[in-house]
Design a protein around this ligand. Structure first.
Ligand SMILES: NC(=O)c1ccc[n+]([C@@H]2O[C@H](COP(=O)([O-])OP(=O)(O)OC[C@H]3O[C@@H](n4cnc5c(N)ncnc54)[C@H](OP(=O)(O)O)[C@@H]3O)[C@@H](O)[C@H]2O)c1
Length: 274
């Protein structure tokens, strides 16, 4: 195995190929939710740059201008409309792609309340709690189930659920964003159990905490006063993950297998307590 690998590298070097630092799985097909902005947009860009076929879904494609620009740049990137909470739309998309093998189903699109308005106790708005749970938990499982056959028919067979460090019950230190935290803790359990259900199909359901990734490259700015307050604080606390964290997660998803479904993975490969 080692000899074959070394020979392959040697042949590639002799032929003048650039050998990248990370081992990459053969490009496949990825379906992303929430690809209009943030991490989802960055995943779409990085998967496309690696030669993957990208089915990039967005709630409102007409306003997703950066995603549209990516589709112009990368012919293998297709934009599809998808509100993850519209179960009929999810089912219709699954039917449209019936017979298409999807190597990686990246469950990324969710209500990230740290970005769109942090909810709080005192009292916690029950409607907002239900909305967050419906989007971040119920809808995620529905998509996973709707696309199970597509994933099972692929070579790589991965479902990657984007959780959050805030979903770790063990690590909870403050009461901020309880609905968001609860949604990610529930997502963890649901995906952990679903992983047990579908492993017989060869499908690996992976739970990954992306951290806050510097998708806007704020850390590269010379003048930190240009950085929005929340990100500035994260830079100061040294908890903002670099833009390269998206590529690290693609590598991590490539690497992880059914043997890893019992762990809560952080973007850098660290294992978090549940
Ligand atoms: N950034 C962080 O700090 C952080 C940390 C840990 C985990 N995460 C997780 O990583 C994932 C991406 O986060 P992010 O930072 O990229 O968040 P973001 O910038 O707020 O983007 C969220 C994405 O999800 C989409 N979305 C929200 N509700 C949707 C729905 N009902 N149907 C379809 N798409 C929907 C949004 O679409 P619209 O453009 O239409 O709103 C957007 O594309 C989330 O699961 C989040 O919980 C993020």
């Amino acid at each position: 195995m080692t000899i074959t690998f070394q020979l392959t590298i040697g042949v590639m070097l002799a032929l003048g190929f650039a050998v990248t630092a990370h081992a990459q799985t053969k490009p496949g097909t990825v379906l992303l939710t929430g690809a209009s902005q943030g991490h989802g947009l960055a995943f779409a860009e990085d998967y496309a740059a690696r030669g993957w076929r990208v089915i990039a879904t967005a709630r409102t494609p007409s306003t997703a201008t950066e995603l549209q620009a990516l589709a112009k740049k990368y012919p293998k990137l297709t934009i599809e409309e998808l509100d993850v909470t519209d179960f009929k739309q999810v089912d219709a998309l699954a039917a449209k792609y019936k017979g298409t093998a999807i190597d990686v189903l990246n469950l990324n699109g969710a209500i990230n309340s740290f970005r769109v308005g942090v909810e709080a106790f005192g009292p916690l708005d029950p409607e907002r709690l239900n909305e967050i749970l419906n989007t971040n938990v119920t809808a995620q499982l529905h998509i996973a189930e709707a696309f199970l056959e597509h994933v099972a028919a692929s070579e790589q067979k991965k479902i990657a659920a984007m959780s959050a460090v805030g979903g770790s019950i063990t690590n909870t230190r403050n009461p901020t964003a309880p609905a968001y935290r609860a949604s990610k803790a529930a997502l963890n359990m649901l995906m952990r159990a679903y992983g047990e259900q579908v492993k017989v199909r060869g499908v690996a359901v992976l739970v990954i905490a992306p951290g806050t990734v510097d998708v806007y490259n704020y850390m590269a700015l010379a003048d930190i006063s240009q950085v929005p307050e929340r990100y500035r604080r994260q830079i100061e606390l040294k908890v903002l993950a670099p833009r390269s964290a998206i590529g690290s997660m693609i590598d991590l998803i490539d690497k992880l297998t059914i043997a890893d479904i019992d762990k809560f993975h952080q973007w850098d490969g660290k294992i978090l307590p549940w």
